[in-house]
Design a protein around this ligand. Structure first.
Ligand code: FAD
Length: 423
């Protein structure tokens, strides 16, 4: 259909449209397509693309990657098993074992660059039968359960726009790139305590391949790891007021370089690891990061991954929650396609299952958010870090416990059962 301005609008219909092809969206698309749904997966960015992330995938998710069909490729590419955690602050480092997951043979997490992980998952979604629109950006969602209409702009062409009709919508667009309709409200809500996130990769960094260092500094926290191909990832979150203060001292300097200088200065372990290392690619940044639960918007849209809720990334559990929430959702709605897309029953059935899904999401993940928030505040606040440090020094096992509490070895029940059933 031709409209004013010369744009083409292509109209298509799907049972479900999934917005965002990060781990949450791609996993949802794979599972729904496998259950016989017609699925559109809409992704704004061209893959492969680097992304701000610590890139550690906790052990409990490795069986999920097998079930999703990318386990073998993940194993081939990912860095070494992460068996130890270190806490670094100032000139001090405390090391402790990471807890092993119960699943035999897949006991420790590993790291893989998001340029690989997300590409593998999105490609798998296509192989499973989902229609991938990429690069294509969702502009708006109208309608209600049973009769949604999504407006999607193909990126990089001034020609085509898509109008996708769908019975059900899954928002998996993360939390750092608000939909166009959310941007103004987010700008108004900016606070000095907002967190901004940064990540860079380094070649020949001196980090033991099995070590996962967690960094604590005034106004922020971060992590380092050796991922695929020996490439080290350094990622962190920093409060806006802390970053601005340091930027004022070096006018004109790029934010990433300022962050790197802070990390080198305030975590001697980082300076030691980066001595002689070379950065590969630019510093990436994103934000503000606003950890919290985002369910209950009342718009009839299902939410997975960061779009549903986000833990402070100090615990590195975001990919886990993204994948596991996809399994929680698919286990609930996958086999209910007929009722969920039927115009007569869709509205009632979707709102019933949306309530059940929201409740399950909270049961499975809300505690992880609380624990992550507690760790983040301990790590970022000077007085809290000073108080906690002697305790951790005396009992390094607290780090092992902390990893356990934050969910590193635990899988949401639905995902666990699903992977057992197909194993
Ligand atoms: C500093 C830092 C370190 C971290 N370290 C780790 C770690 O080590 N381990 C871990 O498990 N987690 C970590 N995380 C968290 C993890 O990165 C996220 O939780 C995870 O990426 C969430 O996955 P998702 O699929 O929900 O969203 P995302 O990965 O953000 O994917 C969302 C996708 O949606 C697309 N999108 C957005 N808007 C639109 C639109 N309008 N139209 C179409 N597509 C759109 C985006 O392009 C993106 O590809 C870290 C986070 C930060 C900030």
């Amino acid at each position: 259909m031709r409209v004013a301005g010369g744009c083409d609008i292509v109209k298509m219909r799907f049972d479900a449209v999934v917005v965002g092809a990060g781990p949450a969206g791609a996993a949802t698309a794979i599972l729904l397509a496998r259950a016989g749904w017609s699925v559109a997966l809409v992704e704004r960015q061209r893959f492969p693309r680097r992304k701000v992330c610590g890139e550690c995938v906790a052990a409990s998710n490795l069986p999920l990657l097998d079930t999703l069909g990318i386990g073998a490729e993940f194993s081939r590419l990912a860095g070494a098993e992460l068996r130890r955690v270190a806490l670094m602050r100032g000139s001090e480092t405390i090391v402790a074992p990471l807890p092993a997951a119960e699943d035999n043979g897949r006991r420790y997490g590993r790291a893989l660059g998001r340029e690989h992980l997300d590409t593998l998952l999105a490609r798998q979604a296509e192989l499973e039968g989902a229609t991938l629109f990429q690069p294509a950006s969702l502009q708006s969602i109208e309608g209600e359960p049973g009769a949604f209409r999504l407006r999607v702009q193909l990126v990089g062409t001034d020609a085509a726009a898509l109008e996708l009709d769908a019975s059900l919508v899954v928002a998996a667009h993360g939390s750092w790139e608000p939909l166009p309709s959310e941007r103004a409200a987010l700008r108004r809500a900016r606070k000095p305590s907002d967190l901004f996130a940064f990540k860079a990769n380094f070649r020949v960094a001196k980090i033991d391949a099995d070590l996962l260092p967690v960094l604590s500094f005034d106004g922020g926290y971060g992590g380092m790891v050796v991922a695929d191909d020996g490439l080290a990832t350094l990622a962190c979150c920093i409060r806006e007021d802390r970053l601005e203060r340091d930027r004022e001292a070096v006018p004109g300097e790029r934010a990433g370089n300022v962050v790197e200088a802070i990390l080198r200065r305030e975590c001697v372990g980082v300076a030691a690891a980066l001595e002689g290392a070379t950065r590969e690619g630019a510093w990436l940044s994103t934000g503000p990061i606003r950890p919290g639960v985002r369910l209950g918007a009342g718009d009839g849209v299902f939410r997975v991954g960061n779009a549903a809720g986000e833990a402070h990334p100090i615990v590195g559990e975001g990919i886990s929650m993204a994948l596991q929430s996809a399994f929680v959702l698919a286990s609930l709605i996958g086999s209910e396609r007929a009722a969920l897309i039927n115009p007569v029953s869709a509205a009632d059935e979707q709102s019933r299952l949306l309530r059940t899904y929201d409740a399950r999401w909270r049961q499975r993940f809300a505690r992880r958010l609380q624990i992550a928030a507690a760790f983040a505040h301990l790590a970022m606040r000077p007085w809290a870090a000073r108080t906690a440090w002697p305790l951790v020094e005396a009992w390094p096992g607290l780090l092992t416990r902390g990893a356990l509490w934050s969910g590193k070895t635990r899988c949401a029940e639905e995902a666990f059962r699903w992977t057992r059933a197909v194993a």
